[in-house]
Design a protein around this ligand. Structure first.
Ligand code: NAD
Length: 290
């Protein structure tokens, strides 16, 4: 009897993550609103459920990889979908959700005889496909230990961050730094080009100097200067993550200037360009407002 995993959210990240679990021998029952996504999982050896409650019925674990925490909450609680899980089942939310919502959800799930750990990821679609994501996990020691056999299939670096919600706090903090880095790299190129510097030269020199970051090292040449804009990470998701970090600062009574201006810029870009565009297209917003 293989361990049964309900995998909810088979998008850019969830699909390859679910397929790694199939390859590792787990019985994976997937659900996504997209029929195409469900069929792709079925073709890869998983099972496709027609409804959310069907996916969760009798499962030992639920992994959610959905756009945000509100959708995760609805997925679990609407039509009492999580009521069909094995008693004491473990819910692993790998989406980038808001930490305070995660804490509340954790309490609600415990009241239903279930358990929650938050285990968001970093590394993008490329590392989801290679099974080498970085995973930051919040929850009790014993729950995290129980999730580890699944997490090790999906990621290569697993960090314990503290109680439920702490993984999601850490993920929002990471994406603040990542989103600020993308903006800084783009503004650097817009500024340098306007003076007469050559964009590839700017990026090369940043990468050989103290100004380098993930955007200068990877995203700038691969997706932005090449104008392919194919990172697989949507603008609306990045804007959401940085807003989570900004809201967290607010609830903790902190005034952080770079965080507020970064969150505002990504929000404005999302409104102007649309949430579905690749996040690297923010260069258009920057150029239009420079
Ligand atoms: P995506 O939009 O590609 O996938 C989300 C999937 O969820 C879609 O297939 C959609 O159909 C499905 N979905 C939405 N609402 C649903 C519902 N109510 N019921 C069932 N399915 C539903 O997004 P993604 O890029 O895979 O991101 C998923 C999560 O991972 C997000 O929280 C994101 O912030 C985070 N994340 C993304 C990346 C990346 O590089 N793409 C990296 C790290 C973390």
């Amino acid at each position: 009897n293989a361990t049964r995993v309900a995998f909810i959210g088979l998008g850019a990240m969830g699909q390859p993550m679910a397929q790694h679990l199939v390859s590792a021998g787990f019985e994976v029952v997937g659900f996504d609103l997209s029929q195409d996504a469900r069929q792709t999982l079925a073709k890869a050896g998983g099972h496709a459920a027609e409804t959310m409650p069907d996916a969760m019925k009798g499962a030992d674990y639920v992994i959610t990889m959905l756009p945000n925490g509100r959708i995760v909450r609805d997925a679990l609680l609407t039509d009492n979908a999580c009521g069909g899980l094995r008693p004491n089942a473990l819910v692993v939310d790998m989406s980038s959700s808001a930490p305070n919502d995660t804490r509340e959800l954790g309490v609600e799930l415990v009241a239903r005889g279930l358990r929650l750990v938050d285990a968001p990821v970093s590394g993008g679609v490329k590392r989801a496909v290679s099974g080498t994501l970085t995973i930051m996990v919040g929850g009790s020691e014993t729950d995290i230990e129980e999730a580890e056999p699944l997490l090790k299939v999906i990621g290569s670096q697993i960090f314990k961050t503290g109680p439920v919600g702490s993984g999601h706090a850490m993920k929002a903090i990471n994406n603040f730094v990542s989103g600020a880095g993308v903006l800084a790299a783009i503004e650097a190129v817009v500024l340098g080009r306007s003076f007469g510097l050559e964009p590839h030269t700017i990026v090369d020199i940043l990468n050989s100097s103290s100004g380098k970051n993930n955007a200068t090292e990877v995203k700038m040449k691969q997706f932005i200067l090449s104008e392919t804009f194919g990172s697989g990470f949507a603008l609306g998701l990045m804007a959401k993550d940085i807003r989570i970090a900004a809201d967290l600062a607010k609830t903790l009574g902190l005034r952080l200037e770079a965080l507020s201006s970064t969150a505002n810029a990504w929000d404005a870009a999302q409104k102007e360009l649309g949430p579905a565009e690749d996040h690297t297209r923010i260069i258009r917003y920057v150029m239009d407002h420079a």
